[in-house]
Design a protein around this ligand. Structure first.
Ligand SMILES: Nc1ncnc2c1ncn2[C@@H]1O[C@H](COP(=O)(O)OP(=O)(O)OP(=O)(O)O)[C@@H](O)[C@H]1O
Ligand SMILES: [Mg+2]
Length: 342
């Protein structure tokens, strides 16, 4: 057990927030766990306000009512779109809403650790501080994969690969707080797969009517790489009538499109280390994020990396909360001097 000031404990809620491009989650020391899709929508006008009945909507509800709303997904490619007031406002609303969902007592002080994609830490730090200063007492911003690693006690000789929507984030842990060199972000991630799948399907079925949202759902239901688990068929309307379409090859090609960049970045990052550490890190690679749910991706990466010696790749158990759980653990363990009081 760690020593904690009991007074501080009573009056304090620690929260870990994973601010993601597609989904954001919160884990709190009062045992709440919640997540929303990272969409914020404001009614377009007075009629829209009457229709939706609320000044601001979030997540799935915002998507459902998108025709009445100015919709914002503030973190595309992992960066708060700078200078765009709407994005900053949207980040603020998301954090405020997540904290509401965590139901702190009215007089409690909130200490928050917020995880953001690795490469963009500097850009996002300022924007996040602005966004949370009104409702958080103290704050620390960390990289998302570091939060995952901390939550899973992978502090030494490990590599976390967080395959998200906007970005795939890499973080090598070697017994200290990771430096910039230990982290890398690439854009080969979920959104990229969606774009590829959309264009493959448009090419193969020019008369079928579908949108990006449907394409993402096809992917989430049927994603796989390498071995075909069976024919993948989905219903897509043609001239207003539902028709079954075979999308097996398109799904595979789209999911596989992110693999070369992931393998390349992994080998590059590990190659910087001494051979002795290389072996240790390679035997402790952990996949996180929604992309870790792609069937066969763990096996694929393990085999691809084996070309250069033994290697073990595993997946986190709970990709939805691995980031926010880790951020919470960090918040609870953090010595006072690391906190930034707002
Ligand atoms: N079963 C699945 N198969 C393939 N992809 C999936 C599956 N489930 C979710 N995804 C994808 O994972 C991505 C979301 O993952 P995650 O919540 O980790 O991202 P994020 O944290 O919002 O994004 P980022 O880390 O880039 O900011 C989306 O692209 C989503 O479509
Ligand atoms: Mg993420």
């Amino acid at each position: 057990m760690k020593q904690k000031d009991s007074k501080r404990e009573d009056n304090t809620v620690f929260v870990g927030i994973d601010l993601g491009t597609s989904r954001s989650s919160i884990s709190a020391s009062n045992n709440t766990r919640e997540w929303i899709e990272s969409y914020v929508g404001w009614p377009k006008d007075f009629i829209a306000l009457q229709v939706v009945g609320k000044p601001v909507l979030f997540g799935a509800e915002a998507l459902k009512n998108r025709l009445s709303l100015d919709l914002c997904r503030p973190l595309e490619h992992g960066v708060i779109k700078e200078g765009i007031e709407r994005s900053e406002e949207a980040v603020k609303e998301i954090i405020k809403y997540l904290i509401e969902l965590a139901k702190p007592e009215p007089d409690q002080k909130i200490h928050a650790v917020v995880g953001v994609p690795a490469d963009t830490l500097k850009v996002n730090k300022l924007a996040i501080r602005k966004a949370v200063s009104e409702f958080v007492h103290s704050l620390m911003v960390v990289s998302e994969p570091f939060a995952v690693a901390y939550g899973m006690d992978l502090l030494n000789n490990s590599l976390v690969i967080d395959i998200g929507a906007g970005t795939t984030d890499f973080c090598i842990m070697h017994g200290t707080i990771p430096s910039e060199e230990d982290q890398k972000t690439i854009l080969a991630a979920g959104d990229y797969i969606d774009e590829q799948l959309y264009s493959y399907l448009t090419e193969r079925y020019p008369n079928a009517k579908f949108n990006k949202n449907m394409v993402r759902q096809f992917k989430e239901q049927h994603s796989f790489v390498r071995e075909v688990p069976g024919e993948v068929r989905v219903e897509i309307p043609v001239d207003g009538k539902p028709v079954m379409h075979d999308i097996t090859n398109e799904i595979r090609r789209a999911c596989e499109s992110i693999l070369p960049a992931i393998v390349e970045t992994t080998t590059e990052m590990i190659a910087r280390f001494d051979p002795e550490f290389q072996v240790k890190i390679k035997n402790n690679i952990v996949l996180a994020g929604g992309g870790s749910l792609i069937k066969g991706i763990r096996e694929y990466l393990q085999d691809a990396l084996k070309e250069y010696g033994s290697c073990r790749v595993t997946c986190v158990e709970d990709p939805l909360f691995a980031g926010s759980n880790g951020a919470l653990k960090l918040a609870e363990d953090m010595p006072a001097k690391y906190w930034e009081t707002l």
